[in-house]
Design a protein around this ligand. Structure first.
Ligand code: AYL
Length: 531
């Protein structure tokens, strides 16, 4: 029978063993599950390998250097601005091992966007690569920088902000007089940025407890009797990539082949070359794989692949069915979650579960749900549609120095409002049917409409504006703007990262709003998609 009481839905997965000792950081938790014999990371471009032994040695060296040479202490924030690389996890793990906080940002972000995040999170130090040096120095002219690539150091010795290279730090003697501070599970570990249900991006405060629980969920999710080889092409700066490739999977001894960014040919040839077995993706890449299935199978040997995971945005029934038909030997799995739930809130575990087409899966272990009617605030039973609320050990502590956003998203009993419209069926499977929150998802990336609206309003010719999602087969959604003009003039689109660019504009005489001034987005979405 279905397990629910007081309209709370409980997880049907095997319960999670959570470590009882309070004094524990996520890095220690992961590294204590030693898998020293195997390869942790492979750089897809150079085939350079990092064994688990080398990984943990580097993490200890970087942590010692952060502590002794740079004075980084518990609670200090450290920024990483980097594409995926085999060094990215080393930086994250070292920072978190000290009880310091890692904040990540999208390398595509503009100087203006990065400056905003720096002003909010106040990092004491940044890790970056030489290609991104101009961006970060423009965003924060006096922020000390560690270079993650050695070539860069030789070519940039006139940049006074560079304090070290990652390579030097990794070689530091770990037994050096590192200042050992006690790290508690409730201490903050990560600060990732998300717009949540409304407004601009905010820092999501996740604790070591949140991440440790997520490590356990990731381990339970991939039944790994044998060693798996994963392809990492989703970004590590995002919660999806971070919980898999910079933390969770390292506790299983998996091998991770790292691509610096997504590129179809590189991804497919890496599967062939490294005999990869497991491929976590966002929906647009699955759509592309489906549309080019014949050419792909003719050109690449991807027979080693047994599972593809789709997460971060909805995947249509048609694409799932098409994918299953075109790649019959590959199990397609679903993952649903939020930055605010520190990753996976629900997932499917087998082809059989995924074949309940359209489901996001069963609740993660130890995770509870309610379906709440947005009108009445009542929790609803099975098969009724409302807003999904989540509770459990992975739910964030709150938004960073933003009491107002925190209290409107997390209630006093620990429930997180996801802003997703869902129902839960008789067997406990979650179906996501719509989004209550403003968020636009372009190729899995977050695009907060409020940021684009604020930007549009800075234009002298614009009186008012509203930004909504516009459906797109390949990208999932595009940002579309409704604009009320003052006088004829052209718009600038270059003040935001390319993934946030408005791809469709319509002019309107006034923006529909409710009496309190809130934009009636649903009316505009209806208007935009009605023709
Ligand atoms: P954020 N189906 C439909 N919508 C989804 C799905 C999905 N499978 N996953 C995420 N979303 C939407 O913070 C939904 O609206 O994290 C949700 O509220 O960038 C929003 O995206 C959250 O966006 C995984 C799988 C982590 C997923 C994730 C979370 C990534 C998205 C690890 O293995």
């Amino acid at each position: 029978g279905f397990c629910s009481s007081n309209s709370i839905f409980y997880s049907k997965r095997k319960p999670l063993p959570l470590p009882p000792n309070n004094a524990l950081d996520v890095t220690t938790f992961i590294s204590s599950r030693a898998h020293r014999a195997t390869t942790a990371f492979v750089d897809a471009a150079t085939a350079r390998r990092l064994t688990y032994t080398q990984l943990w040695r580097s993490v200890e060296g970087v942590a010692a250097s952060l502590s002794v040479d740079m004075g980084i202490r518990k609670g200090n924030v450290v920024l990483i601005l980097s594409p995926n690389s085999i060094h990215f996890p080393v930086v994250c793990l070292a920072v978190m091992s000290l009880g310091a906080i890692i904040t990540t940002t999208n390398p595509l972000n503009t100087t203006r966007e990065i400056a905003k995040q720096i002003a909010d999170s106040k990092p004491l130090l940044a890790f970056t690569i030489s290609d991104l040096l101009p961006k970060i120095t423009a965003a924060a002219p006096s922020l000390p920088i560690v270079l993650m690539d050695n070539d860069g150091a030789n070519n940039n010795n006139n940049n006074n902000n560079i304090v070290a290279t990652l390579d030097e730090m990794a070689k530091k003697e770990p037994v050096a007089q590192r200042v050992k501070e006690r790290v508690e599970q409730d201490d903050t570990a990560t600060l990732l940025y998300s717009s949540g249900t409304t407004g601009p991006s905010k820092g999501v405060v996740s604790s070591h407890r949140n991440l440790i629980a997520m490590v356990q969920i990731v381990l339970g999710r991939f039944h790994m009797e044998e060693n798996e080889t994963f392809i990492c092409t989703v970004p590590m700066f995002h919660i999806y990539g971070l919980v898999a490739f910079a933390t969770g999977l390292l506790a299983s001894g998996s091998t991770i082949v790292v691509l610096s960014k997504f590129e179809m040919h590189d991804m497919l040839s890496s599967i062939e070359r490294f005999r990869a077995t497991y491929l976590p993706l966002v929906p647009p890449i699955l759509v592309a794989m489906l549309n080019n299935a014949a050419a792909i199978k003719g050109k690449y040997d991807i027979t080693s692949l047994h599972s593809v995971l789709s997460g971060g945005a909805p995947l249509s029934k048609e694409v799932i069915e098409g994918f299953v038909a075109k790649y019959p030997n590959v199990t397609i799995l679903q993952g649903y979650g939020l930055t605010e739930s520190t990753g996976v809130g629900a997932s499917t575990d087998s082809l059989e579960e995924s074949r309940r087409y359209g489901t996001a899966g069963l609740l993660s272990p130890a995770t509870q749900a309610m379906i709440v009617d947005p009108e009445s605030g009542q929790s609803l039973p099975v098969n009724r549609t409302g807003e999904l609320w989540l509770r459990g050990p992975t739910i964030m502590k709150g938004y960073f120095s933003n009491e107002e956003a925190t209290t409107s998203t997390l209630d006093s009993k620990g429930w997180l409002r996801t802003g997703d419209i869902c129902y839960i069926d008789n067997d406990g499977f979650i179906f996501i049917v719509d989004r209550l929150k403003e968020l636009i998802k372009y190729k899995g990336y977050q695009v907060p409409p409020a940021e684009l609206e604020a930007l549009l309003l800075t234009h002298p010719a614009i009186l008012d504006a509203a930004v909504i999602p516009y459906p797109d087969k390949e990208a999932g959604q595009h940002p579309m703007a409704y604009v009320v003009r003052k006088a004829g003039s052209s718009l600038s689109e270059t003040q935001v990262a390319p993934y946030k660019r408005i791809r469709k504009v319509a002019f309107i005489s006034s923006i529909p709003k409710n009496p309190s001034g809130k934009i009636l987005r649903k009316d505009l979405i209806k208007l935009a998609t009605s023709k």
